[in-house]
Design a binder for this molecule. Structure first.
Ligand SMILES: Nc1ncnc2c1ncn2[C@@H]1O[C@H](COP(=O)(O)OP(=O)(O)OP(=O)(O)O)[C@@H](O)[C@H]1O
Ligand code: SF4
Ligand SMILES: [Mg+2]
Length: 336
């Protein structure tokens, strides 16, 4: 199975196996010299599965590696090690049709302001990626552009505007239209609503649900917001310092988190307006771990109220603690 290019994924459109993305630290960055073989371990051994037609949310503090993981999966920043199996094909062994992969896996970037060219009209922005991916049939591209703009609720008049003449919600609609225009199978959305007001946020979330149904899309949604994850996702992946620490059905993980980090995240967010349960505002005691010299053993041990000696000696495996719920903690049974 490992050596084959085509693989049976058992209903999953995407599987990652021990995916790593390390950024080398350049010499110039280190005032004491050296650093030739030091790395920022942004994503460190991540294995996830994404079922076809479902939504997987990736949750975690700033800097835990969410965007890096998304960029590695989409091969925008190819991984350092590990495997990515997409739609039955190993796309990390170099023997792939990159154009097909770039068309079938689309990403909506974290900040629409920086991902939309300020000089291009909406319809040009949406057409841009299609040109490289779908060839020269301009009539076909125009038809895909106009149908995706209609699908996200933008008018033909709005299609002629430049981004500075759009609201935040409309810009995000353009970014989504651009992602769905090439008719992808998987869309990865990086913080799709974090910059929006609560009412606009709800409109975009509902739009995403409609699009998923109408176009049979699979989503990976990166978010700081537990309520967004709860509303949209079927499965939840909780990341800490480049690792997956908990993974399972979203309802079960949110109702009964079992990793001490997830417990702390969810416990520290019980405020009256659920749409504001934003992890950006969550304070967890202790220092955010260094991605260059992470703590030994379990990376959460310096901040964990349950830590014992074994925790700094030995990294815990991801184990199934409840049906479908996997937790990487030596004492996961105690926290339940
Ligand atoms: N190009 C890069 N070169 C070196 N280090 C990087 C690079 N991109 C990201 N990093 C580092 O990798 C780690 C993970 O960053 P990443 O942007 O993936 O986090 P994130 O979870 O998306 O954070 P946020 O929620 O703030 O968007 C951080 O320590 C970051 O500084
Ligand atoms: S392994 Fe130890 S330090 Fe890590 S989360 Fe579990 S109890 Fe805490
Ligand atoms: Mg990010």
């Amino acid at each position: 199975m490992e050596s084959s290019n085509t693989q049976d994924l058992d209903g999953n459109i995407l599987v990652t196996r021990q995916l790593k993305k390390y950024y080398p630290i350049r010499r110039g960055f280190n005032p004491f010299g050296g650093g030739g073989n030091r790395f920022v371990k942004a994503v460190d051994d991540v294995s996830i599965t994404v079922p076809r037609g479902k939504t997987v949310a990736i949750l975690g503090e700033s800097g835990c590696g969410k965007t890096t993981l998304a960029r590695a999966i989409t091969l925008l920043n190819p991984p350092t090690a590990g495997e990515i199996i997409f739609d039955g094909q190993n796309i990390t062994n170099g023997k792939v049709d990159y154009k097909k992969i770039y068309r079938e896996m689309q990403m909506v970037f974290q900040d629409p302001d920086s991902s939309l060219d300020p000089r291009l009209k909406v319809r040009q922005s949406v057409a841009e990626p299609c040109k490289g991916l779908l060839g020269r049939d301009q009539a076909h591209i125009n038809s895909l552009v106009m149908s995706s703009l209609t699908a996200v609720g933008l008018s033909s008049e709005q299609a002629e505007r430049i981004p500075s003449h759009l609201s935040g919600g409309q810009k995000q609609r353009v970014a989504i239209a651009r992602a769905i225009a090439p008719q992808p199978k998987l869309v990865i959305l990086d913080e799709p609503t974090s910059a929006l007001d609560a009412s606009v946020q709800a409109q975009i979330l509902n739009l995403l649900l409609d699009l998923q149904k109408n176009f049979k899309l699979t989503y990976v949604i990166i978010t700081h917001n537990i309520s967004v994850a709860e509303y949209l996702s079927d499965l939840l992946v909780v990341m800490y310092a480049g690792n997956v620490v908990e993974y399972g059905p979203s309802g079960s993980v949110i109702a009964k988190p079992r990793h001490p980090y997830t417990i702390t995240l969810i416990a520290s967010a019980p405020i009256p307006n659920p749409w504001k349960r934003n992890l950006l505002n969550t304070e967890i005691k202790g220092e955010v771990p260094s991605a260059i010299n992470p703590p030994s053993g379990c990376k959460f041990h310096p901040r964990c109220p349950y830590a014992e000696k074994i925790c700094s000696d030995q990294a815990p495996d991801l184990r199934e603690i409840a049906p479908g719920q996997f937790v990487s903690c030596h004492f996961a049974e105690k926290t339940a």
